[in-house]
Design a protein around this ligand. Structure first.
Ligand SMILES: [Ca+2]
Length: 490
C-alpha cells in the first residue's frame, strides 16, 4: 500500500503557503501568548463530564497519572501503548499494517513511559486506523529517531475521509474534493538542507483550497529535532464550523509547548466530512537526501520508535506522573471501522439486481454468455460498453451502493463506470482498477464516490438520483469483459 503515498515537491508550495497563510505562532514571540488556552476552552463540549484541562494545565493526561485509565475518558477516541499483543495483533486492532517485517516491539522507552515497550519501525512501514468521525481531533504520540537518522520522506498523518477504507488512499499530486477528503502530516523537514537531519517539525497539508497540487507546508518553531532523543508530539486538527466559513485550524505541540498554530482554513465544503483516520507512518525514499544535499546518505540509519498514542477530542498533553499500580497496560483500542455503520452508514436493502440468468433484462450493449460466477450466465461487453437506463431510480444518500462482479477476458485492467447526472448535466465517473485477466473481481462503491471529470475531482452524485450506469473500458473491438451479479442498494 505504500506506493500510494503523497510525494513531496514542495518548494513552490512552501513559498505559496508562506505568502498566503501566516502562522499564528511567530517564532521568538512571547510564550505567554499561548493561544492553545483559548483553543481548548472554545472546543469544550457544553456537557463535558469533567473540566477540560487545556495545554496550560497538562491536558487530559493530567487527569490520569501515568495515562492509567485514560482510555475510559469519553473524550478519548483511541489509545495504544504497545504493551499488549504481538505486532500482528497490534496491526489487527489498528486495521491496517504495512511492511510488517520492518515493525518490531522494542524495550526502548521514554523517561515518562508508564510501560515497558515501544514500537520500532525500520526503513518503511505504517499502522493505520480509524476513530469515530469528529470535527476537532488531537493526536499525541511519543517519537524518537535513530541517532544516525537521515531525512524522512513522509510521516504521521491525520485524515478526514468521507468514504473511509481500511487502507490509506492515494492522492499524491491530486487536490482532494472539498466534500471528500483533507489531511495533514506532522513531518520532520530539512528545509532544503538548512537543518541537520531529520530537521524541524512542519505540517504537510492537502485540502481542496491548497494552492499547488503537491500540498502546502506550514512551518512552526524552527528548532531542530535531536536524533536519538524521545519527544512528545501532539497534533490538533479542527475542521471549519460550517461549509462557508474559513475558521478551521491546525496546531502542534512538542513536549507540551505550542510550536505552531495556523488558522483560516476552509478544510471542507460539507460537515458530513469528518476527521476519522490516523496514520502512524514512516516512509522513506532517497529523495529527501537529494533535496537536502545530505553528503553521507549511505551512513544513515532510517529507524524510528513510537509509543503512547492517545487520540482525543481535546488536548491530551504529555504523560503526567506515574500510574498508581506501578507499570500499566492500557486496554488497547480498536479501529472504529470495525463497528459497522459508525463511520459510514451501511448500505440499505437491494432495490435492483440483475444476475443475467433470464437474459440481459434492460441492459443494452452486451450479450449473454456462459462463464458467469459459479457456472452461471454473465453479460459479456466490449469497449463501447454495457448500460442500463430508467430501470431503477434511487435518491443518492451516503449509503447508496453499487455492487457488481467483473472478469476481464482481455488485457484491460480498468473499467470505468459512467453515471449520467441530471443535476450536473454531465457524467459522473468511478474507476474500477486492478482487474486481472481471467479472475473475478468483487466491486463495491458508493454512489457519492462517482464524480464529474476525467480526474474525478468535480461534484459528486451526492443528493442526485441514481437511474443509470454505463461500463466502458479501453481495448480493441474484440476484447470482452464479463459482468455478473449487478446490484443497487439504497
Ligand atoms: Ca509503551
Amino acid at each position: 500500500m505504500l506506493e500510494i503515498i503523497f510525494s513531496r515537491n514542495s518548494l513552490l508550495a512552501l513559498v505559496v503557503s508562506a505568502v498566503l497563510i501566516l502562522p499564528a505562532y511567530m517564532p521568538g514571540g512571547k510564550k505567554t501568548v499561548c493561544k492553545g488556552q483559548t483553543l481548548a476552552k472554545d472546543t469544550l463540549p457544553s456537557q463535558a463530564p469533567m473540566p477540560a484541562p487545556g495545554p496550560q494545565k497538562g491536558g487530559l493526561a493530567s487527569l490520569y497519572p501515568g495515562d492509567e485509565g485514560i482510555e475510559r475518558d469519553p473524550r478519548v477516541l483511541f489509545v495504544d501503548d504497545f504493551e499488549t499483543g504481538t505486532v500482528e495483533k497490534i496491526g489487527a486492532r489498528w486495521g491496517s499494517i504495512s511492511k510488517k517485517e520492518n515493525i518490531k516491539l522494542s524495550n526502548d522507552i521514554h523517561a515518562s513511559s508508564p510501560g515497558d515497550k515501544s514500537i520500532h519501525i525500520s526503513k518503511n512501514g505504517h499502522l493505520y486506523t480509524h476513530t469515530k468521525g469528529v470535527d476537532t481531533i488531537y493526536a499525541r504520540f511519543y517519537v524518537k529517531f535513530h541517532r544516525k537518522t537521515g531525512y524522512v520522506h513522509h510521516f504521521v498523518h491525520l485524515v478526514a475521509d468521507r468514504t473511509p477504507t481500511p487502507w490509506p488512499k492515494g492522492g499524491a499530486g491530486e487536490t482532494p474534493p472539498g466534500d471528500a477528503k483533507f489531511s495533514t502530516g506532522i513531518e520532520p523537514t530539512g528545509q532544503w538542507g538548512k537543518f541537520p537531519a531529520p530537521g524541524i517539525w512542519n505540517f504537510y497539508t492537502y485540502w481542496h483550497e491548497m494552492k499547488t497540487k503537491w500540498g502546502s507546508v506550514f512551518i512552526g518553531k524552527q528548532e531542530p529535532i535531536q536524533p536519538g532523543r524521545w519527544y512528545c508530539v501532539e497534533v490538533m486538527l479542527k475542521a471549519n464550523s460550517s461549509p462557508g466559513k474559513a475558521d478551521g485550524e491546525q496546531a502542534f505541540w512538542v513536549d507540551g509547548q505550542l510550536y505552531g498554530r495556523f488558522e483560516g482554513f476552509r478544510w471542507r465544503t460539507t460537515d458530513k466530512l469528518k476527521i476519522n483516520s490516523f496514520w502512524l507512518l514512516f516512509y522513506n525514499t532517497d529523495q529527501p537526501a537529494r533535496h537536502n544535499k545530505d553528503p553521507h546518505p549511505e551512513s544513515r540509519v532510517m529507524e524510528v520508535w513510537f509509543d503512547d498514542v492517545v487520540i482525543a477530542t481535546e488536548y491530551v498533553g504529555p504523560v503526567h506522573g506515574k500510574p498508581r499500580g506501578g507499570k500499566k497496560k492500557a486496554k488497547s483500542s480498536k479501529s472504529a471501522l470495525f463497528t459497522p455503520g459508525l463511520l459510514l452508514s451501511e448500505p440499505g436493502k437491494v432495490v435492483f439486481s440483475q444476475s443475467f440468468e433470464e437474459g440481459a433484462g434492460n441492459f443494452k450493449g452486451g450479450s449473454i454468455s456462459d462463464g458467469g460466477v459459479s457456472g452461471s450466465k454473465a453479460c459479456a461487453f466490449g469497449p463501447k460498453g454495457v448500460w442500463v437506463w430508467d430501470t431503477y431510480s434511487v435518491p443518492v444518500k451516503d449509503s447508496t451502493t453499487i455492487r457488481l462482479k467483473l472478469k476481464s477476458l482481455c488485457d484491460t485492467g480498468e473499467v470505468t463506470a459512467l453515471i449520467w447526472s441530471k443535476k450536473h448535466e454531465d457524467n459522473c465517473r468511478y474507476r474500477i482498477g486492478g482487474l486481472k485477466r481471467g479472475q473475478w473481481r468483487d466491486v463495491e462503491f458508493r454512489a457519492i464516490e462517482a464524480r464529474v471529470g476525467w480526474g474525478m475531482k468535480g461534484p459528486s452524485l451526492d443528493r442526485d438520483v441514481l437511474d443509470n450506469i454505463k461500463l466502458i473500458f479501453q481495448g480493441s473491438e474484440k476484447d470482452r469483459v464479463l459482468l455478473d451479479d449487478f446490484e443497487i442498494l439504497e
